[in-house]
Design a protein around this ligand. Structure first.
Ligand SMILES: Cc1cc2nc3c(=O)[nH]c(=O)nc-3n(C[C@H](O)[C@H](O)[C@H](O)COP(=O)(O)O)c2cc1C
Length: 192
C-alpha cells in the first residue's frame, strides 16, 4: 500500500487510444506519473497487415525495439501497466518493456483494453514476464470503459489497496476510508 503519488508509475502502450484513456484516468485519480511507450518502427495502419505482423511477433516472441522513455521504473514502488488485448495476449511492445525492466519487489497492477474477447491469461502473461514482482489482480476494460470507467477504476484501486493523498483528499473517499480497515494500513496517515 502506498500513499505517495511520487511512488506510482503508469506505463501504457496504446495503438488506437483506448488504453491511453484508461491510463490517463488512472493518472488523474492517483496522481501518479504517466509514461507511454512506442515501438521504434510504427505499426501499419492497415488492419489485416497489422494482424499478420502481430500474430507472427507473438508466435516468435519477437523483441520490439522501443523509443527511449523519460521514465525509468527504478524509483517507483507501484507500477501500473496497460496494454490492449492483441490476439488474446499482451501487445508485443508491452511484453518487450516488461522483459527489459527489472520490477523485482514492486507492486505491478495490470490493466487491459479489449473489444469483447475473453481474458485468456493476460494477467498470467504479465506474471510470467516479471516473476519477481508482486502482481496484483488486473482490470479488464471493454474498449475505453465509457462512462463506467471512473467507478471501475475506483473499485479496482480500493480492492488493490492503492490510496494516494489525492484520493484521500477527496471528501467522499475520506468518509469511505474512515470506515475501511485497509485505510489504517496506509503508510502515512499524516498526508491528510
Ligand atoms: C492486432 C489486434 C488484435 C486484437 N486482438 C484482440 C483479441 O484477441 N481480443 C479482443 O478482445 N480484442 C482484440 N483487439 C481489439 C483491441 O484490444 C481493442 O480494440 C482495444 O480497445 C484497443 O486498445 P488501444 O486503442 O489502446 O489500442 C485486437 C486489436 C488489434 C489491433
Amino acid at each position: 500500500m502506498k500513499c505517495m503519488e511520487e511512488n506510482i508509475l503508469i506505463v501504457c502502450y496504446s495503438y488506437s487510444g483506448k488504453t491511453r484513456r484508461i491510463a490517463e484516468m488512472i493518472q488523474e485519480q492517483t496522481g501518479g506519473r504517466l509514461s507511454r511507450i512506442y515501438p521504434r518502427q510504427p505499426y501499419p495502419s492497415d488492419f489485416e497487415t497489422l494482424l499478420l505482423q502481430v500474430k507472427e511477433e507473438i508466435r516468435t516472441g519477437k523483441k520490439i525495439w522501443l523509443l527511449p522513455v523519460d521514465e525509468n521504473a527504478d524509483k517507483y514502488d507501484v507500477v501500473f501497466v496497460g496494454t490492449p488485448n492483441w490476439c488474446g495476449t499482451i501487445a508485443p511492445p508491452m511484453a518487450s518493456w516488461l522483459g527489459e525492466n527489472d520490477l523485482t519487489g514492486k507492486t505491478v497492477l495490470p490493466f487491459f483494453s479489449h473489444c469483447g474477447g475473453e481474458d485468456k491469461g493476460m494477467e498470467q502473461a504479465v506474471r510470467d514476464l516479471c516473476p519477481t514482482a508482486k502482481v496484483g489482480s488486473s482490470m479488464y476494460v471493454l474498449e475505453n470503459g465509457s462512462e463506467d470507467l471512473h467507478d471501475m477504476i475506483q473499485t479496482w484501486l480500493k480492492q488493490e489497496k492503492v490510496f494516494t493523498k489525492r484520493m484521500i483528499n477527496d471528501k467522499e473517499q475520506v468518509l469511505d476510508l474512515e470506515t475501511d480497515s485497509t485505510y489504517n494500513m496506509c503508510e502515512d496517515r499524516k498526508l491528510k
